[in-house]
Design a binder for this molecule. Structure first.
Ligand SMILES: *Cc1c(COP(=O)(O)O)cnc(C)c1O
Length: 391
């Protein structure tokens, strides 16, 4: 099989019992064994054998194998959520007193767990950088640095890090690297091939794609994943449920055509927004005007449907009129599903920061985040246009 979509839609001829074209859901907590020796032997290789569903389950395994393959890694494990995956990787790579280098615009809860949990509980130190220049990473590294945690493109402003350069630098210093690769999906960016150690996804976004699953994924080399399996995966127990895994297998069948559509519509919408007189700025790595467009082209093979833009107005009433005036874009958190969504980062930030503080983060009252879904791009553009006309 040469092409990803063939591999994703096919499990092999008669792969499943009785010729079922879709595998059953293995809704079981344990696996029974023939005799003493059989169960004794199973324990000798607990990372690969079916013993208890907190470790391995066939409904999860079939999806994990497909995901490992498309990410270009040895081993994949599915978690109950993206944050289950994020926290497992962080725990695997830090010790008491570790130093972590990360970027300013990582996903909020990923920053929150570092700041409000690992820092006070384990005494870890954290250095934040913009991540756009490799020299920032060089300067940030300390003797106790054990993890460089990346997200490229990052949340809200979609800034990139040079993955190959960071991986090379980290290897020289014997530091583990991890990336949240949710934005690009495994189809448009393959960080493991560039030397990154751990690839993380929230499967609640593009991999799931139907807004009906919350799940997470970690992919890495066999040696790293064996440690993560026996420690953070099995002991913390944030494993995916068989039904959720089965839904993800359903999702993988269409991953390629969905991502191609998100890419096409995302580019059309970004292009429309960029030219609109009421828009100040669009943050989207697929636009030629994006400051890191060349790096985006170099390390990603495509772009998706999540972007942010800034309205010229920062008058709260007008911002709200635009936000509430959309008919196809629904209001909600999350992204990456079939449905188009809008969210305004200021809704979160206004609760925690004053206006000057959040301007310091490069965010304004007029900032909008949209997830372009699978509706016709033409209809989405018409919806944005009619609501922009109201302000
Ligand atoms: C949603 C999200 C997560 C967390 O995933 P959950 O499945 O919601 O736990 C992590 N990283 C990014 C970039 C996300 O958008």
């Amino acid at each position: 099989m040469k092409n990803i979509e063939t591999f994703l839609s096919h499990d092999g001829k008669k792969a499943h019992s009785k010729g079922a074209v879709v595998p059953p859901i293995y809704q079981n907590s344990l696996f029974t064994m023939k005799d003493w020796d059989d169960i004794d032997k199973a324990f000798d290789d607990r990372t690969n054998n079916y013993i208890y569903s907190r470790g391995n389950n066939p409904s999860a395994k079939i999806v994990e194998e497909k995901l490992a393959m498309i990410c270009g890694g040895d081993t994949a494990k599915l978690f109950a959520s993206g944050m289950g995956a994020v926290s497992a990787v962080m725990l695997s790579c830090i010790e008491k007193g570790s130093h972590v280098v990360t970027i300013k615009n990582i996903y909020g809860p990923a920053n929150n767990i570092l700041q409000s949990y690992f820092k006070p509980k384990f005494g870890i130190e954290i250095t934040y950088i913009s991540g756009t220049d490799i020299s920032e990473f060089e300067k940030a590294i300390q003797p106790n640095t054990t993890l460089i945690y990346l997200e490229s493109p990052s949340s809200v402003i979609l800034s990139l890090q040079d993955l190959k350069a960071v991986a090379t630098l980290a290897k020289k210093h014997n530091i583990k690297t991890a990336i949240d690769n949710t934005w690009a999906s495994p189809l448009f960016q393959q960080p493991l091939k560039l030397g990154i150690d751990f690839e993380i996804h929230s499967c609640s976004k593009y991999i799931g794609g139907h807004s009906d699953v919350v799940a997470g994924l970690v992919v890495g080399a066999k040696s790293d994943m064996e440690i993560l399996f026996t420690k953070e995966f099995e002991l913390f127990g944030a494993k995916i449920a068989p039904f959720e895994a089965w839904l993800l297998l359903r999702s993988l069948r269409t991953l390629k055509i969905r991502m191609d559509q998100h890419q096409k519509s995302g580019l059309a919408v970004a292009d429309f927004l960029e030219k609109h007189p009421k828009i100040a700025k669009v943050n989207f790595p697929g636009l030629k005007s994006f400051p890191q467009y060349e790096l985006a082209k170099q390390q990603m093979s495509g772009t998706t449907g999540l972007m942010s833009f800034q309205l010229k107005t920062t008058e709260l009433e007008k911002v709200k009129t635009f936000f509430n005036g959309l008919e196809l874009f629904q209001i909600g958190v999350s992204w990456g599903g079939h449905e188009s969504l809008i969210y305004a980062p200021a809704i979160s930030y206004l609760k925690e920061l004053n206006a000057a503080q959040f301007e310091g983060l490069g965010i304004s009252l007029g900032d909008m985040r949209i997830s372009v879904g699978l509706e016709a791009a033409e209809d989405l553009i018409a919806d944005l246009a009619q609501s922009l006309d109201k302000i």
